[in-house]
Design a protein around this ligand. Structure first.
Ligand SMILES: [Zn+2]
Length: 280
């Protein structure tokens, strides 16, 4: 249920189509106290009062973060990175029993947001956006792998060559050269690129760097095309159909390409599954 780059992109596209032009009349926060203490939601609930009367101008995502921009200088920043749901319902549609934030529009349609793991729901003025850790992290100068103009082979290749560290450090986490890739995406990408997870970025030859660049695009595009991961639910409650090619779901299974048993190793604070034959 984690919402990562492909899923955040799907939601932002749907929200932009569905919600643009709608005016916010009020909001409800529920079961939010604990999340406020953890810093997942504005500590002061009255921050959300400022959404009232705002009209949705645009919804965009970058990395794992969704920015709902209003025409009154306010924003709703949503990032259910470790689990959550963002659902839309029309006037007569049902809404989930449990949610953390419901945004109600003048036409009686609603947007509900529920966090089921670490994540962010913040109401922020334009000038306060820089105070949001996730906004600053993903709406940054770091390359977005979904943006073809930024994610060129030349630029990516230069980053790889200059890093004498494990590929995972370059692709996932706070020192990554790209935004929005998770451990789960990392395993699929390396499997498609046929690269062993223990390799160092600077040691990849040019054809391996090309394979890695292509695999990143492929995995992201497939996840978007198939409506997100199977645990994911889109804005309309529709489940995704993308199954990971490599990961805990293929534990004890054999590689679909070569038939050799899938192995795992510990890497950078997580388990990494891989094919010892295909991935060199
Ligand atoms: Zn294999």
């Amino acid at each position: 249920m984690s919402i990562e780059l492909p899923e955040a992109y799907i939601l932002a596209q749907q929200m932009n189509r569905e919600l643009r032009g709608k005016e916010i009349v009020n909001f409800n926060l529920q079961n939010h106290e604990k999340l406020q203490r953890l810093g997942f939601i504005n500590k002061d609930s009255s921050a959300f009062n400022r959404l009232r009367g705002g009209r949705i101008e645009s919804v965009v995502s970058r990395g794992n973060v969704i920015r709902v921009k209003l025409d009154n200088g306010m924003n709703l920043i949503l990032a259910p990175e470790y689990g959550g749901k963002i659902l839309y319902s029309t006037e007569n549609g049902s809404i989930p029993d449990k949610f953390h934030l419901s945004v109600n529009f003048t036409d009686n349609s609603r947007l509900t947001v529920t966090l089921s793991g670490m994540g962010i729901i913040q109401a922020l003025k334009d000038e306060e956006l820089e105070h949001s850790y996730v906004y600053k992290r993903d709406f940054s100068s770091t390359i977005s792998p979904i943006d073809d103009a930024e994610f060129t082979f030349e630029r990516f290749s230069k980053e790889l060559v200059s890093r004498n560290v494990n590929i995972k450090t370059v692709l996932v986490g706070k020192d990554a050269v790209l935004v929005g890739l998770s451990n789960s995406a990392f395993q699929d990408i390396l499997y498609h690129a046929e690269i062993h997870p223990k390799r160092k970025a600077s040691d990849l030859n040019v054809s391996e760097r090309h394979a890695l660049h292509d695999a990143i695009k492929l995995v992201i595009q497939e996840r978007i095309k198939l409506g997100g991961k199977t645990q994911f639910m889109d804005l309309y409650g529709k489940q995704g159909t993308y199954t990971a090619a490599m990961g805990p779901n293929v534990k004890d299974e054999t590689c679909k390409t070569c038939g050799v048993k899938v192995e795992k190793l510990s890497l950078g604070g997580g388990q990494t599954y891989f094919c010892p034959k295909c991935q060199k």
